[in-house]
Write a protein that binds this ligand. Structure first.
Ligand SMILES: [Zn+2]
Length: 292
């Protein structure tokens, strides 16, 4: 008998092209208000792609975006998707002290819940910026009513990562569930297999092979992520940036929507909370009898 197909988590980090961490040295926050926003067009496009395929996903949304585009937040919820938090202003958690982090995640959660009318359970730190140096942030998330985080990337990378952390969902010492984005274990290293720039860079067949291997061999759900600006070849170009940043941001952006469409069709997808939170403990018949 064939094993049942595994449902993978589809996640979208809702921020605009000028808010990505790699552009921070080039675009000041005070300049954000003056930039042409592309977020509505791009998120609507994603919502249409998902509706067409009856896929539900998790949208880790910036408070800054929610404040300016409340109708978009309501459309995400109306589409049957999970509304989750990406913090307020896309500041790396590792750049904030406890007080500032507490304020940032509280503000974002409050805004999203007021606008969306649903409880926000999940949080993803900008640029996966929780790691060895700031694990206290997990306790703050728990205290502010979050139920899971997807913020610790178990790889070595120049901007983020905690290579020795677990690859699959785990209960942290701080008591919060951490659901890391997907890596593949190859040649004694964890290889990023979860989306973002790597998905655009690698041929589609490589990603498909990695996720198939994860589902079939390891019998685990993948956690895949992308950004709305990654399906927008017409976004205004940022001038004067260094070659590495330019490459990472724009590589294969013109082909990415079609690539994503294939990925959506080739695997089974769902929301983070449906996959990782709603596993109710199995009650024995004796417990059930006592409960009556
Ligand atoms: Zn982000």
């Amino acid at each position: 008998m064939q094993a049942p197909a595994i449902t993978n988590a589809l996640t979208i980090d809702v921020e605009d092209y000028f808010q990505v961490s790699a552009f921070a040295p080039y675009i000041s926050r005070s300049d954000w208000e003056r930039r042409e926003c592309r977020i509505e067009r791009n998120v609507q496009r994603i919502l249409a792609m998902l509706a067409e395929r009856q896929i539900r996903a998790t949208f880790f949304t910036l408070g800054w975006i929610a404040e300016r585009y409340p109708a978009l937040v309501r459309d995400i919820v109306a589409g049957g998707h999970e509304l989750a938090s990406h913090g307020y202003g896309h500041e790396r958690a590792s750049d904030l002290d406890l007080q500032a982090f507490h304020a940032d995640v509280t503000r974002a959660k409050g805004l999203l819940e007021d606008i969306g009318g649903v409880a926000v359970k999940g949080y993803r730190a900008p640029s996966f910026s929780i790691g060895t140096g700031n694990l206290w942030a997990l306790e703050t998330l728990l205290r502010t009513g979050h139920r899971y985080s997807s913020s610790i990337y178990p790889i070595a990378h120049d901007h983020y990562g905690m290579p020795d952390s677990p690859r699959f969902a785990y209960q942290t010492e701080q008591g919060l569930l951490e659901v890391p984005v997907t890596t593949l274990r190859l040649f004694d290293r964890n290889i990023p297999s979860s989306g973002g720039g790597y998905f655009r860079l690698l041929p589609y067949g490589v990603t498909r092979w990695m996720l198939q291997r994860l589902n079939r061999t390891e019998r685990e759900a993948a956690i895949f992520y992308f950004h709305p600006w990654e399906i927008d070849p017409a976004q205004p170009r940022i001038d004067g940036i260094d070659a590495k940043t330019r490459f990472r941001h724009y590589v294969n952006i013109d082909r990415n929507e079609a690539k994503l469409a294939r990925l959506l069709g080739d695997f089974r997808w769902g929301r983070m909370d449906d996959i990782f939170l709603d596993r109710q403990p199995v009650l024995s018949s004796a417990t059930l009898a006592n409960a009556v």
